[in-house]
Design a protein. Structure first.
Lengths: 134, 364
């Protein structure tokens, strides 16, 4: 599967578990993506103010500000930042949480454990959809 | 005869004091040295661990994602670091699935420590038993799952918990019975938390439970877990069984079933829930009030208004919450109730409180 990510496509990985963040970062960098890492929602919002990112992938359960709240905060921002595609990753398989997150404005949802290949594929689809203005 | 200090010769007394001081100083010094040595050893271990993890992190990314596993082995792990490497692999097993999870498993098997699992699962140290159980589940060691059920009766709770988690990761429903029995042996207030463990068996668990649990009329306890699981997973196929369970006159079971029916949110079950709004037990009325709001939509308003005047606070609160959740129609009913001078004063207060609650959260 060929994925032609435009040069300098930047993705924000929000994850409080550092080993997980680093392994996701390593896989995404292999794709040629530029990766920024934030440890919780507050750090992520701070980074979003300063940097332009094309995609966000966030954990659901995090200290200080969880993924659900982060999605709400991002969606409350004016475009283009308010429209950045967001993929939620959680270890929680609770259907109610999934529905709640999607209703809050997340574009997709994955539960851990995740296949790195599936993660990249989903991010690519989200990116393509947002590029086409979908 | 008692010898008093004053009877001792002065020189001897001085000598005793001197030696006692020397011994005390020696003891304190030895204690300080011993503490410093322990701290030094710990610091050295930590530095070693951090250095190893940093090195392995880079190598693992190469190995997993850049075809490193196809080009050759991960690299040598010295014998003293094998347990450290196991801990390192643990950090990723809950995150990675698919091909990467298989590679992690191969890395673990290459260490060769799995051969000591039977012995470690029976270790006298609880931590060793728990870690061994965790290994079996984390790296999906099929041949060792059969050794775990006895640990479900381990006197140390976290060992039993680890064993249950590992068994659910097998996804083998042959172990669902023993794990269910373990959940039922736990205190009732713990059970809802343990649902997460049971959920590890995956989507086939509920049909299995439905087919294998004992008759709910004689033993309703496991069915409480069934109902809570069906609600948590929103398992629509379990609804006929839930409606059947609703007719069994057992308070805890009916409360759990009402919670599940509210989660399933099927409006056709409204008529089955409504009679329970007049039940003698307030716990059932409270749960019925919550369910009616979800199941009935705006048509539930008259029933919820009636429940908003219930003598029990929890029932009134749930009824008012149900109205607030209905949006504008429910809020209008709450507003009407809050201003009705003929209404029950408790119901009026509750309506006012819920209106303020909904307004603060922007629900109105």
């Amino acid at each position: 599967m060929s994925r032609a990510w435009p040069e300098h496509t930047r993705i924000l990985v929000v994850e409080d578990d550092l080993p997980t963040a680093r392994i996701i970062q390593a896989r995404l960098e292999m794709e040629g993506l530029e990766v920024l890492v934030a440890g919780n929602g507050i750090e992520a919002l701070d980074l979003l103010q300063r940097e332009d990112v094309s995609l966000i992938t966030t954990d659901l359960m995090m200290p200080a500000m969880n993924g659900f709240r982060l999605v709400q905060e991002v969606r409350d921002q004016p475009p283009p930042k308010g429209r950045i595609p967001i993929l939620l990753i959680s270890s929680n398989q609770n259907e109610q949480d999934m529905v709640r997150c999607l209703a809050a404005g997340a574009d997709d949802y994955m539960t851990k454990p995740i296949s790195a290949q599936v993660l990249v594929e989903r991010l690519w689809r989200l990116f393509e959809r947002s590029r086409r203005g979908g | 005869m008692i010898i008093r200090p004053v009877d001792l010769p002065e020189g001897l007394l001085l000598q005793i004091l001197l030696w006692a001081t020397v011994i005390l100083i020696g003891l304190v010094g030895a204690l300080i040295l011993f503490g410093a040595a322990i701290q030094f050893r710990r610091d050295r271990q930590n530095r070693h661990r951090i250095a190893c993890f940093k090195d392995w992190e880079v190598r693992l990314a190469e190995h997993l994602f850049r075809g490193g596993h196809e080009q050759g082995p991960f690299g040598e792990i010295p014998d003293p670091d094998r347990w450290l490497f196991r801990g390192f692999l643990f950090r990723y097993q809950a995150t990675l699935a698919g091909r990467e999870a298989e590679i992690l498993r191969d890395l673990y098997l290459d260490l060769g420590i799995h051969t000591s699992l039977p012995e470690r699962l029976q270790s006298r140290q609880a931590r060793r038993r728990a870690e061994a159980a965790r290994e079996v589940g984390a790296f999906h060691l099929t041949g060792f799952f059969a050794l775990l059920p006895p640990l479900l009766r381990d006197p140390v709770p976290f060992v039993a918990h680890r064993a249950a988690q590992a068994l659910t990761r097998s996804q083998d429903l042959a172990y669902a019975g023993p794990v269910m029995d373990w959940v039922l042996r736990e205190d009732r207030y713990q059970r809802e938390r343990l649902l997460r463990v049971l959920e590890g068996f995956g989507p086939d668990l509920l049909p299995w439970l439905d087919a294998h649990l004992p008759d709910p009329g004689t033993d309703p306890e496991p069915w409480i877990i069934f109902a809570l699981l069906a609600g948590s997973r929103r398992h629509r196929e379990s609804q006929p069984r839930l409606l059947e369970l609703l007719t069994i006159a057992r308070l805890d079971l009916q409360v759990s079933v009402l919670k599940a029916l509210a989660a399933l949110a099927d409006p056709t079950t409204y008529g089955r829930v409504l009679p329970l709004a007049g039940h003698g037990a307030w716990e059932i009325r409270a749960q019925a009030a919550r369910a009616l709001g979800v199941l009935g939509g705006p048509e539930a308003i008259p029933d919820l208004l009636r429940l908003a005047g219930d003598p029990v606070y929890e029932v009134r609160r749930n009824a008012a919450q149900g109205l607030a959740d209905l949006g504008h129609a429910g809020a209008a009913a709450l507003g009407w109730l809050a201003e009705d001078p003929t209404a029950d004063p408790f119901a009026r207060d509750m309506a006012q409180e819920r209106l303020e609650w909904a307004d603060e959260r922007g629900h109105l």
